[in-house]
Each structure stands twice: as C-alpha cells, then as structure tokens.
Design a protein. Structure first.
Length: 115
C-alpha cells in the first residue's frame, strides 16, 4: 500500500501566520465564553429557584450521574441560540443532551424535566 505524503509550505514565522493564529485564539475564546454563558441556563435566579424546591439543575444531575473525572460532551448547546430573546431566550433550547461515561460505558444522556 502506497501512502501519500503532503508537504507544507507554511511559514510559521510570517506575520500572516501570527495574525491567523491570534484570530483563531480570539474566536475560540469567544466560543468558550458563549458556551459558558449558555450553560448558565436561566441564570442564578433560576438555579436558586430549583434549589429552593429541593431540585438539582440538569447539569448538576449529569455531574452526579457520570463517572468521576469523566467529561460530559454536550451536544446541541447552540440549539435556539439567540432565539426568543424577547421572552428571555431559550439556552440550549431548554434541554441538555450529550455523551458521557457511566460505569465505564459511553451513554447518550438526556435528563428529563422534573415536574
């Protein structure tokens, strides 16, 4: 079997490379900040309201469910992004879904809303 080798002519010392690197870092930082904002859900007031009712938020329940040290790979975090702002928004379209390990096996998690 013959493998092709791709050669690059990228000059990592060029001003254009440095500028592109800076732009990518800036964009990734913006995405991480947006995701953190979305993960706040309805905000501190909504979290406090759930806690007063003796409930955990969906993300808190997921943290307790998954294996210690396991990462939760959230899917659909940008669902309904910047929609319904006139009604306070709909972070993650009001639901949390993702992949994580539980008892060593990878599962798709979709916590149900509590009544």
């Amino acid at each position: 079997m013959c493998a092709s080798v791709l050669k690059t002519i990228v000059n990592s010392k060029s001003p254009g490379f440095a500028e592109n690197t800076r732009r990518i870092v800036d964009l990734l930082t913006k995405i991480k900040n947006e995701e953190e904002q979305i993960r706040q859900g309805g905000g501190a007031k909504a979290v406090e309201s759930q806690h007063k009712k003796g409930r955990l938020t969906a993300r808190e329940r997921i943290t307790k469910l998954i294996d210690p040290g396991a990462q939760f790979f959230e899917l659909g975090i940008y669902a309904a992004y910047e929609m319904y702002e006139e009604w306070g928004g709909a972070p993650s379209a009001g639901t949390v879904t993702g992949l994580a390990k539980v008892c060593g096996r990878t599962f798709m998690l979709m916590p149900m809303m509590q009544p």
